[in-house]
Design a protein around this ligand. Structure first.
Ligand code: 1GP
Length: 249
């Protein structure tokens, strides 16, 4: 099944949780171990990528995950080195609030032929960096959206919708102290029909509850699996509110 269809199928019933694994943080075998525990805990898919990915580490990690798991493996590229032929799909992202055209259309043009050659399913994503933004904000030359400027985030999301994108990713930055403000998520929800992905600084079950209530469709967590002593328990705890949400209500 295509990943987009897989998402749609889940979203017709409830919200989605994805686990982000940075291939630079551990050996591929360890990444597989972590992913297996996250899946047992109830995550719906594995994202692989980071702001500074090495292509060889990425390829080996994606390959071992793909061969051993039966949830989608989705690339989350930090640059053109973030593409692997073993993945099921790629978040094909444009960092709309970058100040450098390389991150808006340049890397995309350089990476597109490879994505097409491998036949990787591309999910078009407007990537928006919200304050504080962290490493990705620095690397991506972003002008991070101030946390109280909800309308700015909504305006970017509306532009993304009109440009034909299907997802908007509201990113507070990996390891952020606070996740994206709920009022900003609600404003984006009210302004577009895009699927809303929210990531950065989501650490607790309460965070997930708030973010979903505000209108997020897909929740991404990364840092918590690096810190948890019991990964399966931590993931099952935070996905619990998702499993009881309904889009049919
Ligand atoms: C990073 O949004 C993701 O792009 C995940 O952030 O590491 O804070 O969970 P965390």
């Amino acid at each position: 099944m295509k990943v987009e269809k897989y998402f749609e199928k889940i979203l017709s019933k409830r919200k989605i949780h994805l686990t982000l694994i940075d291939p630079e943080e551990q050996e591929p075998k360890k990444a597989l171990e972590i992913a297996k525990l996250a899946i047992k805990g109830g995550t719906d898919g594995i994202m692989v990528g980071g702001s500074t990915s090495d292509q060889e580490d990425l390829d080996t990690t994606v390959k071992i995950l793909k061969m051993n798991l039966n949830v989608p493996i989705i690339l989350f590229p930090g640059n053109i080195t973030g593409i692997s032929k073993y993945a099921d799909a790629i978040f094909f992202m444009s960092l709309l609030n970058s100040t450098n055209p390389y991150w808006i259309t340049g890397a995309q043009a350089l990476g597109a032929p490879t994505v097409k050659k491998y036949g990787i399913e591309a999910l078009p994503v407007a990537y928006l960096i919200i304050e504080p933004g962290g490493t990705v904000s620095w690397v991506g030359d972003a002008k991070p959206i101030p946390r109280k400027k909800y309308k700015l985030a909504a305006a970017y999301a509306m532009a993304a919708e009109l440009l034909g994108m299907k997802y908007v990713y509201l990113e507070a930055g990996s390891g952020a102290k606070h996740h994206v403000p709920t009022k900003m998520i609600s404003k984006v929800r009210d302004s577009t029909n895009l699927k809303i992905i929210v990531g950065g600084g989501i650490k607790t079950r309460e965070d997930v509850e708030r973010v979903i209530k505000a209108g997020a469709d897909i929740i991404v967590t990364g840092t918590i699996i690096e810190r948890a002593s019991d990964i399966k328990k931590k993931i099952s705890e935070i996905v619990e509110p998702l499993k009881s949400t309904s889009n049919v209500d």
